[in-house]
Design a protein around this ligand. Structure first.
Ligand SMILES: NC(=O)c1ccc[n+]([C@@H]2O[C@H](COP(=O)([O-])OP(=O)(O)OC[C@H]3O[C@@H](n4cnc5c(N)ncnc54)[C@H](O)[C@@H]3O)[C@@H](O)[C@H]2O)c1
Length: 209
């Protein structure tokens, strides 16, 4: 099913695939060769039927009574998520968060490594961060296109986030991870994900007695 038409898959399924992948990679590191959906479900706290259904969207990866072959399933999920190729990422905002993200070692070693860092502050432009040089925003669209970047991270203050997202869209970026506490308006072809520590903590506060 991977060849030919791309199946229409819900965002919930797409969001679970990286969770499966990380788990499978942990199993592989422990030299575990096969895993059943029951074991996966128990360890990940996800219904095994849900796991089987999620994976079945993309093909027949498991064998009845045996389960999934860990290296094979890793390869397939990486293909589905398009992690079998390098996907350079542009980061805008070389501030506290942007620099921390750029230095994040797990991200640096991945196929989704930050490949270009931008900031509008002249004091930041030219600085060396995580082996890259912070670039100004003047040629943002050209630089992004030159490097074939399709994914961007917004790490600027909230009032600046929409303007940065607009420029990302203009530059051909189709996936945005937004760390600014602001809702972004983008064309339907552009996918936006949010990371907001404050809102997550506020939601947890609800459960404090
Ligand atoms: N999601 C989270 O968990 C989380 C955690 C901390 C901060 N944040 C958010 O991330 C953002 C950055 O936080 P920070 O602490 O790194 O801020 P910061 O002030 O240290 O850095 C922001 C950087 O963005 C640059 N910038 C501002 N406008 C720009 C523009 N239009 N184009 C390019 N660069 C621009 C600034 O020059 C600065 O270097 C904020 O929106 C903050 O609320 C999110």
């Amino acid at each position: 099913m991977l060849q030919g038409k791309t199946p229409v898959v819900s965002q919930a399924v797409v969001r679970r695939l990286p969770i499966y992948l990380r788990y499978l990679q942990q199993l592989q590191a422990r030299e575990v060769d096969t895993v059943s959906s029951q074991e996966m479900g128990r360890d990940l706290d996800i219904n095994p039927a849900q796991i089987r259904k999620d994976l079945a969207y993309f093909g027949e990866f498991g064998r009845k009574g045996i389960g999934y072959h860990v290296p094979y399933l890793i390869e397939k999920i990486r293909q589905i998520l398009k992690l079998d190729r390098n996907l350079p990422v542009a980061l805008v905002g070389a501030g506290h968060l942007g620099i921390a993200l750029s230095n994040y070692s797990r991200l640096r070693r991945s196929e989704l490594a930050i490949a270009a860092i931008f900031d509008k502050d002249p004091r930041k432009i030219g600085l060396a961060v995580a082996g890259l040089t912070v670039q100004g925003m003047d040629d943002f669209e050209t630089r992004v296109r030159e490097q074939g970047i399709r994914i961007g991270i917004v790490a600027v203050p909230a009032p600046e986030a929409q303007a940065v997202a607009n420029r990302m869209v203009e530059a051909g970026i189709v996936g945005i991870l937004n760390f600014a506490p602001a809702t972004l308006r983008t064309p339907p072809t552009v996918h936006v994900r949010y990371s907001d520590v404050t809102s997550e903590l506020q939601a947890l506060a609800y459960y404090v007695r």
